[in-house]
Write a protein that binds this ligand. Structure first.
Ligand code: ADP
Length: 691
């Protein structure tokens, strides 16, 4: 058995002109206690009907009702059972109503004596569903209804409730009848019908009969206090929710060091937390023309704009955010002047922006920059797509700003981590190279050193050795000593170049003169060995180049040395310079020697590379020459590369040197080389240092 019509509704039908009041739980508690105290303090035997919503609320008051029952034998307590509450006739009558009875939403207290009458008939508003009943939630419970000392109203309320009591406990019919006879007028049922039929347009304040203004004041005071408390609780709850959202976004993004993951988590959490239609985040810099939307949160039914290109450079909204370094909000995109004005030069017109706004159904817009120490890293955008525009609250902007700051920090951390990883990889590579170098250099030094040691030991321990053999021993020791010296020298040169500790003396140079100089160096070095024919096809009428003369001669000499080394006497070496573009000259040293396998054309520039293999090297060469050449050419911004048709098909080494800028684009026929003499001197010094 359950009833669906509340007592309040029934009373309002009788008195349609009534305006129910709003009561907080604390006020109702105070009023109930005042009414109960009146019974306890008096000498009457009143009718008392108390309807509690649930057993737990009744249990808090059970002790009072035991005392009230000592005053009167007409006490009825109603509640929805939760544990022990049931229909019972002991000190007073208890009535357990059905859990779906509308009484579960109502709070009633009716006190009807001969000298006083009061009633409190209320219904709870916005009953917290599954929400946990914390102390603050409980105190904020609100009720709508009336509290009155009006005897007639109290009698009607008693009549309705007594009917309900008999419905639930028919065995109490006789006891209830006694109550009716004692406390209610005999014709109350028919009076109720007449009252319902009457129309009275004046609003009737049900409290007008209140005999005690003090109680009335107390209620007003309590109500006001409770209202303030409610407001404070609401703002605290909003703050708490904001803090919780920031914390959850921060925790989630801090767990990742992947920028894409950070942005996706942030956009998702923020979108969900604020319940906006669309939330976007994209990376951008102030100078970017456009950005691609890569991360997006969408509420149900909202169209995706992921992958779209978003205008930045000519977008006045973006530019405003960049300038302000602060969030920008638009409550109603259809009315905002920035979206309706005609375009300033170089900016998207309001109309074009309006097209964008329409295509994305943006009605209310928030743009928040993601900054780190003033540097723009990206943008967060919140879109509300209607149906009505919304007003962005300061709190919302503050919250999105706080989250944008966290995203900024997380992005920088991720960037730093990625750099650190790169650095680690570079360090590992360097460490590997260093180990290889130590192994190879160790071998390179040990081999000639062992030969020198054997030769010198033999010379010392064999006094009877023939003069010819003695000479051979001495020559071998001297050759290997020279090889060691060269190796150490090349190694030092290379490490100097690689570490950038070289001072470049860039000047305007005549290539023809440099080639001549390197040729004379090579010839001087090989004067005791027959050389292949060397053909110098470098013309005198070339533009000046911009390079360090000493190092340029060094490159030429090393390439010529190699060509001589790997070409038989019968072969041929040629030197050429071509001018293929206005910016640099291309020098080619070609030979008809042993050639290079195509797959080795790059490797030959590695340190210690020799075709025979690093550790099975025959005498001659250090394996560092081409690595040095590459470093030198890179020093002036040129390129060096090798070409060959393969084994025994000769090789060509090419490198580029920039043309001296003053001559571009006009070609200079005859360079004035006033310092050629000086260069010759310097080149000699360098070849001494490095050869
Ligand atoms: P090395 O002192 O051994 O000549 P380089 O760095 O100058 O050291 O050259 C590395 C390797 O490249 C040589 O050992 C050789 O195998 C190959 N190479 C260099 N120049 C030529 C060339 N002109 N013809 C054939 N192979 C060459």
């Amino acid at each position: 058995m359950s009833r669906s019509k509340s007592v309040l509704t029934q009373l309002l039908q009788i008195f349609p002109q009534w305006r129910p009041q709003m009561y907080f739980k604390a006020s109702l508690t105070a009023l109930s206690h005042a009414m109960e105290d009146q019974v306890l303090a008096g000498s009457e035997q009143p009718l008392v009907i108390a309807s509690f919503q649930r057993e737990r609320f009744y249990r808090q008051e059970a002790q009072r009702y035991r005392r009230i029952a000592q005053k009167s034998n007409q006490v009825y307590v109603l509640a929805a059972p939760e544990a022990e509450f049931k229909n019972c006739s002991q000190e007073y009558e208890t009535i357990a109503f059905a859990p779906d009875d509308t009484l579960t939403t109502e709070w009633h207290l009716v006190v009807l004596g001969s000298s006083y009458a009061s009633c409190l008939i209320c219904q709870e508003k916005g009953i917290p569903g599954r929400q946990q009943m914390t102390a603050s939630v409980d105190n904020n419970r609100r009720f709508e209804g009336m509290s009155t000392f009006d005897r007639q109203v109290t009698q009607y309320a008693a009549h309705i409730l007594l009917d309900t009591i008999v419905e639930y406990r028919p065995e109490l019919k006789e006891k209830v009848q006694i109550a009716r006879e004692k406390y209610l007028p005999p014709d109350i049922a028919s009076q109720m019908v007449i009252q319902q039929g009457e129309t009275d347009n004046t609003t009737w304040d049900v409290t007008h009969n209140n005999p005690d203004p003090f109680v009335q004041r107390l209620v007003t005071y309590l109500q006001a206090g409770q209202y303030k408390l409610l407001k404070a609780n609401r703002s605290l709850a909003a703050k708490e929710q904001k803090e919780r959202l920031i914390n959850s976004v921060t925790t989630a993004i801090r767990l990742s060091l992947d920028p894409d993951e950070i942005l996706q988590i942030a956009v998702q959490k923020l979108g969900e937390g604020l319940g906006v239609c669309r939330c976007l985040v994209y990376r951008c810099r102030e100078t970017d023309t456009t950005a691609t939307i890569e991360h997006e949160f969408l509420n149900q039914g909202i169209a995706s704009i992921k992958g779209q290109t978003w205008p930045l450079k000519h977008n006045p909204l973006f530019q405003e955010v960049v300038e302000l370094r602060d969030a920008l909000t638009i409550n109603n995109a259809t009315r905002d002047s920035r979206l309706t004005d005609t375009a300033e030069e170089g900016k998207l017109s309001g109309k074009s922006l309006q097209i964008l706004v329409n295509s994305c159904s943006i009605l209310s817009w928030m743009l928040v920059p993601i900054l780190y120490r003033g540097r723009l890293l990206g943008m967060l955008e919140l879109h509300h797509c209607g149906p009505k525009p919304m007003t962005w609250k300061e709190d919302d902007v503050g919250l999105v700003n706080a989250i944008a700051t966290q995203i900024g920090v997380a992005l920088i951390q991720a960037e730093a981590y990625a750099n650190l990883q790169d650095l680690n990889e570079q360090l590992e590579a360097l460490d590997r190279t260093r180990s290889n170098l130590v192994a190879i250099t160790g071998h390179e030094l040990r081999t000639p050193l062992s030969t020198i040691q054997v030769c010198l030991e033999s010379l010392a321990s064999e006094p009877d050795m023939s003069p010819e053999l003695r000479q051979v021993m001495l020559n071998t020791a001297l050759q290997d000593a020279e090889r060691m010296r060269k190796l150490v020298q090349d190694f030092l040169t290379l490490s100097q170049l690689e570490s950038g500790r070289v001072e470049w003396n860039i000047e305007a140079l005549n290539l023809h003169e440099c080639v001549e100089l390197s040729l004379s160096n090579v010839r001087a070095r090989h004067k005791e060995t027959p050389l292949p024919k060397i053909e110098n096809r470098v013309k005198d009428e070339l533009p000046l180049v911009k390079a360090d003369g000493e190092w340029l001669v060094e490159v030429l000499a090393k390439l010529l040395d190699n060509a001589c080394k790997f070409t038989s006497e019968e072969g041929k070496i040629s030197l050429e310079v071509s001018c293929n573009n206005p910016y640099n000259l291309e020098v080619t040293v070609a030979d008809t020697g042993r050639g290079i396998e195509p797959k080795r054309l790059e490797t030959v520039f590695d340190r210690f590379y020799q075709e025979e293999g690093a550790l099975r090297r025959s005498a001659g060469g250090t394996g560092l020459g081409l690595a040095i050449c590459r470093q030198i050419v890179r020093g002036w911004g040129g390129k060096i590369w090798a070409e060959s048709q393969g084994k025994d098909h000769g090789s060509q080494f090419h490198f580029t040197v920039p043309i001296y800028a003053d001559q571009i684009p006009s070609q200079i026929s005859r360079p004035a080389m006033s310092h050629s003499h000086q260069l010759r001197k310097k080149a000699k010094g360098k070849s001494k240092k490095t050869s």
